[in-house]
Design a protein around this ligand. Structure first.
Ligand SMILES: *Cc1c(COP(=O)(O)O)cnc(C)c1O
Length: 243
């Protein structure tokens, strides 16, 4: 066997493992949905591919995975570019889930379909101005600091009404819902966020697209779905540990 064959063999085995992990996560999502008396299609699986190569993304796209999440802008832009140039790769729905620096909004507005980490009006304003006219409005979620942690990103729950009022007038943004990263496991953070999400839906009937509650990661996706999550963001359980 030549070195080349060995490399191929190794790639094949890694691919099989990746596909198996992805199928396993899909099964867990399906089971959690069944327990919550939801349809599987009501919860979107976002595959968080940060630090992982474009080839792994392409492998999962081939299996039918549509949504991918990235945290690091430069890395993400390279991956998006590489995959766009592969004619065999179906279109991907890209979600930006990292923290947003003010001088990076243009790249985000031009290359992503969703932003899940909106927490300040100035960023919303810039994304709205910079979203290219030929693209559909950018889908946005407001990240909420649901546990009022000093060190965490996300807007404080008390700041939500003002932020929603501002964002809803931006025509190049489509406000879809909320995103959280809870401070600790096994608290009522998911349930409190679900309540907040439902309250806003009632208070803002003018937001017909208010339909997305992004919560749950590798370690707590079942619990999040049980508490009303409509989108789980899963990295490690699909792609393996990050370096
Ligand atoms: C990295 C990341 C995830 C995925 O975390 P895992 O524990 O690897 O599933 C989800 N959401 C956000 C915002 C992240 O940064």
């Amino acid at each position: 066997m030549t070195a080349f064959d060995t490399q191929n063999e190794k790639d094949n085995i890694e691919n099989i493992n990746l596909i198996e992990s992805w199928q396993q996560v899909n099964k867990q999502v399906a089971q959690a949905c069944a327990q919550a008396t939801k349809q599987h299609h009501e919860v979107t699986l976002l595959a968080v591919s940060k630090t992982k190569p474009a080839e792994m993304v392409a492998t999962l796209v081939q299996q039918g995975q549509c949504d991918f999440g990235e945290n690091y802008l430069q890395e993400a832009l390279e991956k998006i570019q590489v995959l766009r140039e592969q004619p065999a790769c179906k279109p991907i729905i890209w979600h930006y889930i990292g923290s947003i620096q003010r001088n990076k909004t243009r790249d985000i507005a031009e290359h992503f379909d969703w932003v899940q980490t909106l927490e300040r009006e100035i960023i919303a304003k810039r994304l709205n101005e910079q979203r290219p006219a030929e693209l559909p409005p950018l889908n946005v979620l407001i990240q909420v600091n649901i546990d009022n942690e000093d060190s965490k990103s996300g807007c404080m729950p008390a700041e939500l009404p003002a932020l929603i009022s501002a964002i809803k007038h931006y025509e190049r943004l489509q406000l879809r819902g909320l995103m959280i990263i809870p401070a600790k496991a096994n608290t009522d953070a998911f349930a409190r966020t679900k309540q907040l999400f439902e309250d806003i839906k009632i208070e803002h009937p003018e937001l017909p697209q208010w339909d997305t509650l992004s919560m749950g990661m590798s370690g707590d996706m079942g619990e999040a779905i049980a508490n009303g999550s409509t989108m789980v963001r899963v990295g490690t359980a699909i792609f393996g540990a990050r370096a």
